[in-house]
Design a protein around this ligand. Structure first.
Ligand code: CDP
Ligand code: MG
Length: 152
């Protein structure tokens, strides 16, 4: 089992797409074990996007990600980090494969609706930035036995 951080970015909230995108993760059989709406501060943006802070386009990204509320979620499941990245699609909505979230809903490189951790190290780092351990609500869904075989 893996846990990954998903953010519904300000464009997702403003465009009223939260429900449809959350539904995709639920439909896939992933477990949402924590969720909250927050306003990303400049400080939080710099921490979360530490690898990008020096890039020429960072100021524009910071302006975007702090411009409205976001929804932060912890998504859990087998191979959840890769599975969620695959569901999200390529960074630029213009290149993202149809069927992915960015491919179906986006036409922008910046306003691409969703953030998802890109590997085990970034997942651990990002989960700790957005959630305290006591905010997580792990549970076994009652339909568990219909999601996959016992030995999977
Ligand atoms: O989110 P992802 O891992 O696919 O892309 P990234 O390369 O790690 O970039 C992080 C975020 O910065 C993207 O999701 C875009 O919202 C934004 N970005 C941007 O504003 N301008 C760029 N030239 C590249 C990325
Ligand atoms: Mg990234």
């Amino acid at each position: 089992m893996e846990r990954t951080l998903v953010l519904l970015k300000p464009d997702c909230v403003q465009r009223r797409l939260m429900g449809r995108i959350i539904s995709r993760f639920e439909d896939k059989g992933l477990n949402i074990i924590a969720m909250k709406m927050i306003r990303v501060t400049q400080e939080l943006a710099r921490k979360h996007y530490a690898e990008h802070v020096q890039k020429a386009w960072y100021p524009s990204l910071e302006e975007f990600i702090t411009s409205g509320p976001v929804v932060a979620m912890v998504v859990e499941g087998p191979e959840a980090i890769r599975v969620v990245r695959d569901m999200v699609g390529a960074t630029n909505g213009l290149n993202a494969t149809p069927g992915t979230i960015r491919g179906d809903f986006g036409c922008s490189r910046q306003m691409n609706l969703v953030h998802a951790s890109d590997g085990p190290e970034s997942a651990a780092r990002e989960l700790a930035i957005f959630f305290r351990e006591e905010e997580l609500c792990p549970y076994t869904p009652t339909i568990q036995s219909w999601l996959r075989a016992k030995d999977e």
